[in-house]
Design a protein. Structure first.
Length: 212
């Protein structure tokens, strides 16, 4: 099993957390999203993932993109340490929370969007950062409201789920962009707790071999 990854990609970060929580090992293949014009645009990588995005998980001839699909695939194939609750309604809640990050916050703030803003539209760094912070704050307002029943350690229940795999990378990126998190005590509490766990620590961007 191989994981094509970039150390700062929050989508790849999600999958690294999931692999660690499930005790699975995957050979990590770095794909640098900035160097050489972006290695994800190379013909070699396009053969792996035509979307030119990371992460991609491969097992033999099988290749799968999209981080949430990858995590659910791993969760269904390797059933120890489930990342989705068995209860139907709880499982739906975890998915909804995760999709709020993966579909509402991340897509408008990922690297290719920021590059388009700065390059093609030639917005200033101040404007680009304001864009980023605005959409994070809009999203985090929703997430904080969805965490009313959280124990302050995990998003849902007594163990890490898909929701935590998605939340922690998004908070990490928000902090990189100096987003003020004081209005989100639940989010801050979950972030602090999860980062005491080895599975999250080992998945962090700075813990990756290619981190620079």
């Amino acid at each position: 099993m191989k994981l094509y990854t970039y150390f700062r990609s929050s989508a790849a970060y999600r999958v690294r957390i999931a692999l660690n929580l499930k005790g699975l090992e995957a050979e990590q293949v770095p794909v640098h999203l900035v160097n050489n014009g972006g290695e994800q645009h190379s013909e070699t990588y396009r053969q792996v993932n035509p979307s030119e995005l990371v992460p991609t998980l491969t097992e033999g001839d099988f290749a799968l993109g999209q981080s949430l699909s990858i995590i659910e695939y791993l969760d269904e194939k390797y059933t120890d340490t489930a990342l989705l609750p068995q209860d139907l309604q709880q499982r739906a809640q975890v998915r909804a929370f995760s999709l709020s990050i993966a579909c509402d916050i991340h897509p408008v703030n990922n690297l290719r969007v920021l590059q388009y803003l700065a390059g093609t539209l030639q917005v200033t760094d101040e404007q680009k950062n304001a864009w980023y912070k605005h959409w994070v704050e809009v999203g985090f307002n929703t997430l904080e409201a969805l965490l009313t029943q959280s124990n302050g350690q995990y998003c849902f229940g007594e163990q890490a789920t898909l929701a935590d795999c998605c939340l922690i990378p998004q908070v990490y990126n928000a902090l990189r962009f100096n987003v003020d998190l004081s209005a989100y005590p639940k989010i801050q509490s979950i972030y602090a707790h999860c980062n005491t766990l080895k599975a999250f620590q080992q998945a962090a961007p700075e813990a990756q071999p290619e981190a620079v």
